[in-house]
Design a protein around this ligand. Structure first.
Ligand code: AMP
Length: 425
């Protein structure tokens, strides 16, 4: 049996970087006032179709959708924003306090063509702010992303930002875009031609080379912004500059989801080949209302966790967890006692292991080395009879005898950083 294509196991030997990121996210995001939210993995298909947009790659061809036994159409979440908006509306959070800051970490599912950096189950770190229209929260989210990457030691990233306008400036842009597309019709792929009537903005997101070339001087939303959108974008740029954050204004950045308004951004890395986007985000000031809530401005981002770890793996190797103590118990009696010592030490926070397979001293020393044990406690029949065990420092090879009577407190003392008290002779 094998995993499904595009799905993968994250094995224990690779988990330390994932855990390092998770710790940093919890720490940093909570300091910035974000509260963790957990949302279901499965939702009604309609939620994603209505929010992400019927005529998008995700909804048209990438969602894992199926009918359950009653025939209800369900979908494995391809992203988190739609569900968080659903939750915000369902629990009437706006009525108690419309201003909310959420974050979450979890798996998403998209049936894309798998390759390095692109999986069918992948993980995202997601943050959303509801109820604030001010451009300062746009900057705050970009600042937060930058700080997360900085703390994780990432370099060589660039922030690409754009403004996608609002329902007020869209019509003028859409007219300009349609006129332009009409003139390039013979060079566009079938998919783009189909989208011309239904969702022309998505054509700007087409990955087909010929289309990209034909669209090189397509009109940009930035040239059609209304005054409010233009002022908003100016404030974002100004405050990013004031905070010393570098960014590139990228007129062609449109993002693959329909709900974005105003500021949209992507953080790109040069180190991952084709899959260069490590995080993306944007404003979605109309979505809460479109999904049945009151008019509520909102904004968020998602970091591609798998890609983030792949970048980190290029600069650091996963931490090898070592063992504090390995108990070599030779014989049944030693194993019986060793088992109890091991449990007590584990409870005291000392990473201890014991091997019950009845192997020889030589084989067990080998295993202690393999596990990276710092100390080995040798309990053979002779040691038990003499009421005194041998503790060996695996680095220095120093050995001391420990009386069984005070074994546990002595070892606890040792691991509370006072080895000199134990190894004095
Ligand atoms: P999106 O929700 O499409 O804006 O994606 C946000 C981030 O999630 C991207 O910048 C990627 O880093 C990551 N991402 C999206 N799709 C995948 C995928 N299929 N596999 C791995 N990471 C992904």
């Amino acid at each position: 049996m094998q995993t499904i294509r595009g799905f993968r196991d994250i094995l224990p030997e690779h988990i330390s970087l994932w855990q390092k990121v998770e710790k940093e996210v919890f720490h940093l995001f909570e300091d910035f006032g974000f509260k963790e939210i957990r949302i279901p993995i499965l939702e009604k298909t309609q939620l994603f179709a209505r929010s992400i947009g019927e005529v998008t790659d995700i909804v048209e061809k990438e969602m894992y959708t199926f009918a359950d036994r009653k025939g209800d159409k369900l979908t494995l979440r391809p992203e988190a924003t739609a569900s968080i908006v659903r939750s915000y509306i369902q629990h009437k959070m706006y009525a108690i306090d419309p201003v909310r800051k959420f974050f979450m970490i979890g798996p998403m599912f998209r049936r894309e063509r798998p390759q390095k950096g692109r999986y069918r189950q992948f993980y995202q770190i997601d943050a959303e702010i509801f109820g604030v229209e001010s451009a300062y929260v746009d900057s705050e989210l970009i600042f937060l992303l930058n700080e997360l990457f900085k703390r994780l030691g990432l370099t060589g990233l660039s922030a690409h930002i754009n403004s996608l306008g609002c329902p007020e400036c869209r019509p003028s842009f859409q007219t300009a875009l349609l006129n332009f597309l009409e003139s390039k019709k013979d060079r566009l792929c079938e998919n783009c031609l189909r989208r011309m009537d239904k969702n022309p903005l998505r054509i700007l997101d087409c990955k087909v080379n010929d289309c990209r070339e034909a669209l090189a001087d397509a009109p940009a939303t930035l040239d059609h912004l209304c005054k409010d959108c233009s002022d908003h974008f100016d404030t974002v740029k100004k405050s990013l500059k004031e905070q010393g954050l570098d960014f590139i204004v990228d007129k062609s950045l449109v993002r693959g989801l329909d709900y974005y308004t105003r500021t949209a951004w992507e953080i790109q890395t040069t180190t991952l080949g084709a899959q260069s986007a490590i995080a993306g985000g944007g404003r979605y000031d109309s979505l809460v209302k479109e999904l049945g809530g009151p008019q509520t401005p909102a904004i968020g981002f998602a970091v591609g966790f798998d890609r983030l770890v792949e970048v980190m793996e290029q600069i650091e190797s996963p931490e090898k967890k070592t063992l504090d103590l390995f108990i070599i118990a030779l014989g049944d009696k030693a194993m019986e006692k060793g088992y109890h010592w091991s449990c007590k030490l584990n409870l005291a926070g000392i990473r201890t292991e014991i091997d019950f397979r009845g192997k020889s001293l030589k084989a067990l020393m080998k295993r202690a080395n393999k596990l990276g044990a710092q100390y080995v406690l040798i309990a053979g029949e002779k040691e038990l009879a003499e009421d005194s065990l041998v503790l060996r420092n695996m680095n220095t090879k120093d050995q001391v005898s420990l009386p069984i009577e005070t074994l546990i407190p002595d070892l606890i003392k040792l691991y509370k950083n006072k080895p000199e008290e134990i190894l004095r002779d």
